[in-house]
Design a protein around this ligand. Sequence first.
Ligand SMILES: Cc1ncc(COP(=O)(O)O)c(C=O)c1O
Length: 374
Amino acid sequence: MKILFNQPKRENDELSLEIDAAIKKVIESGIYIMGENVTAFEQEFSQFCNTNYCCAVGNGTDALEIALRALDVGHNDEVITVANAGGYSTTACNLVGASPVYIDVDENRLLMNVDFVSSAVSSKTKCVIATHLYGQVVDIKKLRALLDAAGHVDVKILEDCAQAHGATSRGGLVGSLGDIATFSFYPTKNLGALGDGGAITTSNEQFAERCKSIRQYGWTSKYCSTVSDGRNSRLDEIHAAILRAKLKQLAANNEKRRSICAHLYESCRGIVEVVTTPCVEHVSHLFVARHKNREQICNTLNDNGIAVDIHYPVLDIDQKSMNGKSYRSLNLDQSILATKEIFSLPCYTGITSAELDYIRQIFETKISVIAKEQ
Ligand SMILES: Cc1ncc(COP(=O)(O)O)c(C=O)c1O
């Protein structure tokens, strides 16, 4: 059997009638940019996230950059973040000229360890980017309380929800827990388009207006540019129409992902350590496990037709592109250790029970032997 790491086509095939109809309607309307689907998607997605506003943009990286600009983060400002979340927050900091300050992650879930924020925060700190990694949720309430207690009530919290559409924490939805939040609709995300897409959510009217101006040339009205740093980053009508159709399935798809995660957890339990343990609040974007003998385990999985990936293999501070860039870093022991041990298994809505059973069989018969050798 051959199991690919991701197959968004399977999920899209299930909705092919709705997706085809949505695309056809846009083609027939003759309006391809900033039409009724973008407006409706923004309204429906902000309602889904329980925020007052949504601003649809071209992709998740643009969303991060535009959100930072809306918060007025720029040169000489510091942004606290983590170094193990794929480098997207670092890219956005570089784009606006801010310096990242890296803090470590917690040992079990590999999410930002908010306890370290108090040691990292300074008079230069403008924002904390909290990435809800792998579909799990950073404790934003605790983060806010710690910042306030340290006297930094003005420091803003940006949630990066690119891997966590629909996840919750203490009853609150991601996207609504901080001051502003960003999403990616890359095809393999929990809410994925058939191309690039992104969005920013917030309940702050001023931030929302700034985002909407920045995404379109700095305009406040047609041909009238009043906000600096304007550029073009719009979500196409076709993608907005597709996302409207797919948003209706998001809750059910997240439920499917949770049950796949539970299945994978049972296959791995007692053999390798699981990072993304099943949890009703999380949305199982990725299934991440860890073991000291990662290389041999991944080779065996590959040899048996099971694709694996590593999220992520290189910390931001170790990327060559960081040479010469200004940043600060606290102790990152947990991040460094995890980078050497983690691996991700296929976890997506279209995976079949036969494929999940096969993964379990390979873990029981082969991986259990290798894992014990260490
Ligand atoms: C956590 C996180 N943030 C941001 C992004 C960037 O999104 P995009 O690829 O749409 O630019 C991604 C995408 O993979 C992501 O996983």
